[in-house]
Write a protein that binds this ligand. Structure first.
Ligand SMILES: *Cc1c(COP(=O)(O)O)cnc(C)c1O
Length: 399
């Protein structure tokens, strides 16, 4: 008897059937070959508008070389958690390199951006504390907040007045307070109002934390992120970033003061209880930051933005609603979830891979497609994608 039919697992089967009935069930799309602008998913060559590979670094020759060289020289694994025997010299070097790039005192690298957020929020706050969080913050922030057992108060998306209302109401709390936001929001592609949030954090004595997963390598000088882009250096206590998106590999990091990083070395649970990156990953990230902080990196970021502006302008001209996007994340708003999924399916069969997002990833009634262009898309790829999006969009009555 297969496990799925065991009576104690009947609830799983029912839950899956329920998801299918509500059109919320998704199938994994299988990539064969490399993660690139033209890629083979499910055996079909498509224009790929669904990755977070902003600068095309997943297949960059310098990064590939760095990974291979590090594997030859240092092997395939670190063999332990950082706090026992798994801190290699290269781990320390990468942290120092990222701190320099972000212009802060210190940095700690985690196994993923998810671990960085969840590990940090849960380490620095406890049950008597307060977390004030934008309603569209990433799931890893929400999970970290829940793990901390602190009180969580959520303000309306980017609504500074609503955020201040919460801070006023809790002014007398004798608690540590964390004000936390994504730098760029992953479903809408809009940018946080950081200067105003920093003002509030200063006025109400909050620790200010920003998750720059979608902005590092994208916004600011040479991709330093939203803090650089919006002139907020020195005003954000905790900056989180990922090594899994623009950087092209895997991992996450936290930047801040020496004390913050020392404390996370002592207390962040993913740091203490989960093995560190293999040499290939660390060397890849070192090569990525070196590239980013060079003329070649600068050119890639500029190419990303010229592709973004081109694609966004054309989509708008065709009559699509791109929501509040200000970054390479450009949604195409549809509304009805079933229609969004149909749009995505038909685009795929015409040769364009754009993911559809419905509840609970985005609010109910706000289903959409989400496009992400990269620096390595050719203009001709984007033009062809736009033609197909226009044709299918018209057929489905979206424009
Ligand atoms: C992707 C993402 C993360 C998680 O990063 P990983 O390195 O993929 O674990 C965290 N925060 C935000 C806003 C993200 O978009």
């Amino acid at each position: 008897m297969s496990t799925s039919t065991r009576p104690q697992f009947k609830f799983l089967h029912e839950a899956l059937e329920d998801l299918k009935a509500k059109h919320l069930y998704f199938r994994l799309k299988i990539l064969e070959g490399e993660q690139k602008p033209l890629a083979n998913f499910d055996g079909k060559e498509v224009i790929n508008l669904s990755s977070n590979n902003y600068l095309g670094l997943t297949t960059h020759p310098k990064l590939r070389r760095a990974a291979i060289d590090a594997t030859r020289k240092f092997g395939v694994g670190s063999g332990a958690v950082r706090t026992i025997a798994g801190t290699m010299k290269m781990h320390m070097d990468l942290e120092e390199q990222i701190a320099g790039f972000k212009q802060v005192e210190a940095c700690v690298v985690f196994q993923s951006g998810f671990a960085a957020n969840a590990g940090t929020v849960s380490a620095i706050l406890s049950k008597d504390d307060l977390i004030v969080s934008d309603e569209l913050n990433h799931a890893s922030i929400i999970d970290g907040a829940r793990l901390s057992k602190a009180t969580i108060k959520v303000f309306k998306h980017k609504d500074i007045a609503d955020c201040e209302r919460i801070l006023k109401e809790t002014q007398d709390w004798n608690a540590k307070k964390l004000l936390i936001t994504d730098g760029v929001f992953s479903m809408d592609g809009d940018i946080a109002n950081l200067p105003a949030l920093c003002d509030l954090a200063e006025r109400y004595n909050c620790i200010m934390m920003v998750d720059d997963a979608h902005s590092s390598g994208v916004l600011g000088s040479r991709g330093r992120g939203t803090i650089d882009h919006l002139g907020c250096h020195g005003r954000v206590d905790i900056q989180v970033g990922t090594l899994s998106k623009a950087i092209g590999s895997i991992g996450g990091y936290v930047c801040g003061s020496h004390d913050l990083i020392e404390f996370l070395y002592q207390r962040a649970r993913p740091f203490l209880f989960s093995t560190s990156h293999p040499p290939s990953v660390t060397a890849t990230c070192q090569a990525a930051f070196a590239l980013l902080d060079s003329e070649a990196g600068d050119r890639l970021v500029k190419k990303l933005w010229s592709n973004t502006k081109f694609f966004k302008r054309k989509l708008k001209k065709l009559g699509f609603d791109t929501g509040k996007s200000e970054t390479p994340i450009t949604p195409i708003m549809v509304g009805d979830a079933e229609k969004a999924f149909q749009f995505s399916r038909e685009l795929f069969s015409e040769g364009v891979f754009v993911v559809a997002l419905g509840f609970p990833t985005v609010p109910e009634g706000k289903a959409r497609l989400r496009t992400i262009v990269t620096a390595t898309h050719k203009r001709s790829d984007l033009e062809r994608a736009l033609e197909i999006i226009e044709r299918v969009g018209k057929k489905l009555g979206i424009v």
